[in-house]
Every structure is written in structure tokens, then in C-alpha cells.
Design a protein. Structure first.
Length: 163
């Protein structure tokens, strides 16, 4: 004869399964587990997102590590961007842009030995002057990675690459 679980027994078993089964919550609108460390990274990234939408070069450069280097995923160095190149080019780029909308869907936050990898998909729309000086909306959807470092002197994250 098979044992029969009472409704109380089933409820206790279900609660125990959920509690012990590692059921984790994600930060809302992400696939990132809800932990204090992950929340801190997402808050940093949201400050970055808002600064992009505001086209605030001062805030963006303040969030950027002096060691910033983005190799652009190509073998030649012609398109590499370091801190100095970024600080020179960002104001000129934003001067041509009238409006920015930038949404981020966070997928993973990975704490590594020396840095933090943030994997996300972004949807960007921006109103930019073309070669004739006429404004046109441009759109882009892309999977991206940003690498952050912890600035121990100032107790904050800085962007190492991926801006």
C-alpha cells in the first residue's frame, strides 16, 4: 500500500522544497540574482545608463577608470579606445546628438578575481545629425559586456572596458 500525503503534509513538503531548493529571486526586470553585491553593480549601471541618456560627459568620464581600454573586438589597434581617446571623442559625439534613449536588460553579473563582468542586452535610439546636418533617428540592439573594477580609494566601481 502506497503512503498518502495529507494536504498538510504536501504543504510542508512544498515549503521545504522551496526553502531548501535554492529558489532565488532575481532583481526585478533582470535575470540577475537579488544579492546586495549584484544590486550595487546594477545601481552603478543604471547611473551609467542615465548619464548616457543625459549625454553627461562629466558623469561618464567620472565613472571611467584611468586604465580604460576597449579593444573593440578587432585584431588591429586602429579602433582601440583608451581613457584619453574616450575623453576626447565623447564630447564631439554628444555634440551631434539631440536625444538618446537607452534601455538595458541585465543578464549576468560575474564577480571575477580582479574585476566584475556585466553581461547585458541594450536597445538604443538616438537622434543624430547626418553628414548633411539633418537629424535622423538611429537604432541599435546588441548584446554587450562591460568590465568594472573596484576603486578601493573611493569605494566605488569604475568602467574598465565596454562603454
Amino acid at each position: 500500500m502506497r503512503p498518502v500525503l495529507t494536504s498538510f503534509g504536501s504543504t510542508v513538503l512544498l515549503v521545504a522544497f522551496v526553502a531548501l531548493g535554492g529558489c532565488t529571486r532575481d532583481i526585478p526586470n533582470t535575470t540577475v540574482p537579488d544579492t546586495a553585491d549584484n544590486r550595487e553593480v546594477i545601481e552603478f549601471m543604471e547611473t551609467y545608463r542615465r548619464a548616457l541618456e543625459d549625454r553627461d560627459v562629466t558623469v561618464l568620464m567620472g565613472m571611467t577608470s584611468p586604465r580604460y581600454l576597449d579593444l573593440s573586438g578587432t585584431p588591429n589597434g586602429d579602433d582601440d579606445v583608451d581613457f584619453d581617446t574616450l575623453s576626447e571623442n565623447l564630447p564631439a559625439l554628444f555634440a551631434r546628438v539631440d536625444d538618446v534613449r537607452f534601455e538595458i536588460r541585465y543578464r549576468h553579473v560575474i564577480f571575477r578575481e580582479e574585476d566584475v563582468l556585466v553581461e547585458f542586452r541594450y536597445t538604443a535610439s538616438w537622434l543624430i545629425a547626418d553628414h548633411r546636418g539633418e537629424n535622423q533617428w538611429r537604432h541599435k540592439v546588441e548584446d554587450k559586456r562591460m568590465v568594472l573594477e573596484w576603486d578601493t580609494d573611493n569605494s566605488r566601481y569604475l568602467i574598465l572596458s565596454g562603454m
